[in-house]
Design a protein around this ligand. Sequence first.
Ligand code: FES
Ligand SMILES: [Fe+2]
Length: 445
Amino acid sequence: MHTERIKDLSKLVEPDRVRKEVYTDAEIFEREMARIHETVWIYCGHETQVPKAGDYYTVQIGRQPMIMVRGSNGKVNVLYNRCPHRGNMICGDRKGSTGEFFRCSYHAWTFHLDGKLKNIPMKSAYEGTRYGRNNPDCSMKKAARVENYRGFVFASLAEDGPTLKEFLGKAIVAFDDMCDRAPEGEVEVVPNCFRVIQHSNWKLFLENQLDALHPSVVHQSTGRAAHEVEKMIAKKTKSGEAPLAYHMLSAFATVTIDKWDNFQTINYPYGHCILTGYMGLRPQDPDTLAYDKVMIKAYGKKRFEEIVGVNIHHVLVYPGLSVQSPLQQLRAVRPLGVDRTLTEIWHFRLKGAPEAIYRRSLAYYNLVNSPATLINADDLENFWKCHQGLASDGGDWVSLARHHGRDIEKDGVVESGPRMGTSEAPMRNQMKAWAKYMKEGTRTT
Ligand code: FES
Ligand SMILES: [Fe+2]
């Protein structure tokens, strides 16, 4: 990429189309990491991943290797995974317990769980030098800002910018909806996550999440096969219905394109988006009825109806999180390179809910979001093919024009038009946010 072109980023994004280099250029990728991922609030993990002091999980924020660790005061800290001595990574494992302090494996400098220097061996060797207890450069560096919302831990590597709540705005509903569905108002993570490396740019994954047109095309064959089996099983059961898990797959065939158009996308500043509508998660089976009973006991009938009435299919927290709150799942997107992206796929238990409700979430996790399912494989194949096509000389632009000009905009919020749920409004909104970030950083709204 020539410096000339990268200087004029405005030429890369138009309201209804985007230049291919946005997805394929390594220099643009570096700038994205600096201006977007290493600046905005990025999801690190859930606090239940690190229940005890000294428990840690490593996580990638942009290009930075970080450690999420439970401190001795119970607070979750996020530190750069780097020793201030000669730069060694402090934690080589993905997760574990470091005990009461960190100890670098190279020359044994030790650090408290908040990153502060604890001890330097052979202290006398540093007498008269700039290195020692009182020099803050001898401690592990912390993420500039860390916030925890209902157990979900986010960090920003920039000193300034909106608070987490300001940043999330209405997209905060993702976490409220997930937690409120728990009789105890909290969720806990189920160890461990699936990790998938996609050979494609990170934005392709995010754009696909709220592309309501693609499921009826990409996942149709899987949906049809599941629907055939579902019908066979339904015939053989007394109730005449197959277990809900079959519906999770068959819906990809039975929810046709025109039905997806009935859903709606609501697009917010910073690139976040909500896709409303859900594929019928309020059946009257005994498991659901048992759950309803526990919930009504915990919240009362009125509040219970409000909670289960929240009508969300997906919440996208740009630039790194896709949440399906009614099924207690989330996918965190960690760009590794311009054509390599890691996704972590997590699911959660609703504290206080019957085991069967957890099993339902687990079924969706395995059947729809896991690397083992054809649903995920079909998406992954398209992401790879998109990236290959975009890297070719076959064209310069990516079209985002579906229902362009029919969006309804009010106070910075853009809704897809009536019966236009398959609109490409979410992709346009993401690219609008992207262009602002790339130009101005986080103070974009
Ligand atoms: S690099 Fe960590 S103690 Fe030397
Ligand atoms: Fe898909």
